[in-house]
Design a protein around this ligand. Structure first.
Ligand code: SF4
Length: 292
């Protein structure tokens, strides 16, 4: 729970606040932008929620916050936020919430599918929180866990123990050392089943991969994201740990695919037509080349 003695003075007066343990991961601003905004290296409360829905969104942010940096001075039923996760994004795609500090608050996602279609897929690891695990269990558990890269593995081993899922990760990001059941070794795309394609995209890390579902939803880890400030798709130049030239080549590989959604670990989600997404991808590649 947040510490009221660490309450940032930039918060507006009132019930909800952010304390100085905030790591500026952006999750609360994405979940409840009407309440939370950026202020230097922190998030703050810029507007107190005034409706039941506003309070629900703020409580979701409180639950998702990886560092428990969001607090309230009044009592609220925590289940308002807890029970909202996994939170539906579109069709059978959910945001898990319960972001993990060890992943710097990266977002993780759940695809729900009947067992006959291959079963549920967890993309990157949320915190292993009892309430979330129970909910996921009730939604069919986890058959496959796809890990985009080594930074966002969080509690992968506990999910694997609990659900007996097959974890998929690239060898170049330490998959063998981490005990993954399925280790991807080449940089060629791999079809996991009819609807799921793994695409290795070295750059951010050596073994980074993205996952394409039904030629519509692209789970991008830290390879590609939407920037609300620039209103364009971006790659993280200042957080490229392996090779920017390789990341440019990897971005060019995505020209071979069609997608309408970008669902990243960090940065914002984006949805558009396949044609517009393609144009955005081209603009991103051109921008990356100028930053080489
Ligand atoms: S979710 Fe928590 S750590 Fe992330 S920006 Fe908000 S207050 Fe900070």
């Amino acid at each position: 729970m947040a510490n009221p003695t660490l309450r940032l003075p930039e918060n507006v007066a009132g019930d909800f606040y952010v304390d100085s343990t905030c790591i500026d991961c952006d999750a609360c601003r994405q979940i409840a932008p009407e309440t939370f905004s950026e202020d230097g290296d922190y998030s703050i409360v810029h507007h107190q929620p005034g409706t039941a829905e506003g309070i629900r969104r703020a409580m979701m942010a409180l639950v998702a916050c990886p560092t428990a940096s969001i607090g309230t001075t009044e009592h609220h039923d925590a289940h308002i936020g807890i029970d909202a996760f996994p939170s539906l994004i579109a069709e059978n795609i959910y945001y898990c919430g319960f972001n993990a500090e060890s992943s710097f608050g990266a977002w993780s996602y759940l695809i729900t599918r009947p067992e006959s279609d291959g079963g549920n897929v967890l993309i990157d690891s949320p915190r292993f929180a009892t309430q979330l695990v129970k909910k996921i269990d009730g939604m069919g558990g986890v058959r496959t866990m796809f890990l985009t890269h080594k930074d966002d593995v969080a509690d992968h081993d506990r999910f694997a123990d609990r659900f007996g899922c097959e974890r998929v990760m690239h060898a170049d990001d330490g998959a063998t050392r981490l005990g993954m059941e399925r280790v991807i070794r080449s940089n060629e795309p791999v079809r996991l089943d009819e609807d799921l394609t793994v695409i290795p995209v070295p750059g951010h890390t050596r073994g980074h991969m993205v996952l394409l579902y039904q030629n519509k939803f692209l789970f991008t880890g830290d390879h590609l994201a939407w920037s609300p400030n620039r209103q364009t798709l971006i790659a993280f130049r200042s957080a490229c740990w392996y090779s920017w030239p390789e990341q440019i080549k990897s971005m060019e590989k995505l020209r071979d695919y069609t997608f309408e959604w970008v669902l990243p670990g960090h940065g914002r989600i984006h949805h558009d037509s396949a044609a517009n997404m393609r144009a955005q991808l081209e603009a991103c590649i051109e921008w990356m080349k100028k930053r080489a």
